[in-house]
Design a protein around this ligand. Structure first.
Ligand code: FES
Ligand SMILES: [Fe+2]
Length: 342
């Protein structure tokens, strides 16, 4: 069900402080906190004695003291004190997970610690470029399997029906897409030419009149998606598009973290190449995009329930091609990782 040897977003970095915060990721209970020097820590949230969640205990400097009988665990998960007896039981330890702060997010490696490599965390080009501006992401908990979110983020057509007041515009319902396999996922893209910009972007683009619009929907294994939107004056779009002073560019990064098979914590970041210091634009983007993602969530939660209760086999449409390919490849990767490859 899940690919374990991968980085997942565990939280927004600023959410994690020197206090215990329980999270559930890939069906595992984990407690997050920061040491006194600010280093992030992730430990299994379960005392090896009677399985009280360690998050119900307290922090003693950089260690956690269990709230039941006082076993203490350091940041590596090793028990360092057993106050009720003379000897620390040699098997008293909890799993510790590699964690890294990057891009304002806290990343956790859910597989074998010896395989963790922080160069595998997605790169965000121009993150420190002062001409660009990140809209700090937000997060939603969605009562649906994470793969419905990646399906959705490989399907540019849905904006015509799910986002009629923001991202929909003439051409979104029926312009053909091209699908490209990559080493780590799949890209669906299309140029919608000589149309009015959708209402969300009409407030942001830097030219009058019709536009050529790129919708680039990319998913990377296991559950990251990148959406690149480029708007240029009509006639200037296409594979050799020039990003000049007229072009409006918005990239959105979507990070789906499975809580369990039926729930997903969904984080995102937005990145634009205009008005880097305009706080009004930044907060407008943040709130409009969150409203749109709530539209996605509402549909996908109902899809999850509908698919779980289907009494006949659901059909597929042409628009599902990339998502089905992505699912198939991911299933093979999960099978290889767990030793159950077909
Ligand atoms: S349950 Fe943690 S010390 Fe007993
Ligand atoms: Fe959407």
């Amino acid at each position: 069900m899940f690919l374990r040897n991968s980085w997942y977003v565990a939280a927004i970095s600023s959410e994690i402080e020197a206090q215990l915060r329980p999270v559930r990721i890939l069906g595992e209970n984990i407690v997050l906190y920061r040491t006194e020097s600010g280093e992030p820590v992730a430990l299994e949230d379960s005392c090896p004695h009677r399985r009280l969640p360690l998050s119900k205990g307290r922090l003693l400097h950089d260690s956690i003291e269990c709230g039941y009988h006082g076993l203490q665990f350091d940041r590596s998960g090793q028990c360092v004190a057993a106050p009720t007896q003379h000897r620390i039981p040699p098997t008293a330890r909890v799993r510790s997970y590699p964690v890294v702060d990057r891009w304002g997010l806290l990343w956790i490696w859910m597989g074998g610690a010896e395989l963790s490599d922080d160069s595998l965390i997605i790169d965000i080009a121009n993150f420190d470029n002062p001409d660009w501006r990140i809209t700090t992401g937000d997060a939603l908990t969605c009562d649906c399997n994470y793969q419905y979110l990646t399906d959705n983020l490989l399907d540019p057509s849905h904006v015509a029906w799910v986002h009629p007041t923001s991202f929909a515009a003439p051409g979104t319902e029926n312009t053909a897409v091209e699908i490209t396999e990559t080493d780590n996922g799949v890209i669906v893209h299309r140029w919608i030419r000589d149309r009015k910009p959708p209402s969300f972007y009409a407030r942001l683009v830097r030219f009058e009149g019709n536009c050529d619009r790129l919708q680039h929907y990319e998913a990377q294994f296991p559950c990251t998606a990148i959406n690149k939107s480029i708007f240029v004056p009509a006639g200037k779009g296409g594979p050799d598009v020039r990003i000049d002073e007229h072009a409006y560019v918005m990239f959105s990064y979507h990070f789906m973290t499975p809580i369990d098979p039926d729930r997903t914590r969904y984080h995102w970041l937005l990145h634009r190449n205009t008005d880097p210091d305009n706080e009004e634009v930044t907060s407008m983007i943040a709130s409009s995009v969150k409203s749109a993602f709530i539209e996605d969530r509402d549909v996908l939660e109902a899809v999850h329930t509908g698919m779980a209760n289907a009494t006949t086999r659901p059909i597929n449409l042409g628009l599902d091609t990339a998502a089905l390919h992505f699912r198939r490849k991911l299933e093979q990767m999960i099978g290889r990782e767990s030793g159950n490859a077909a």
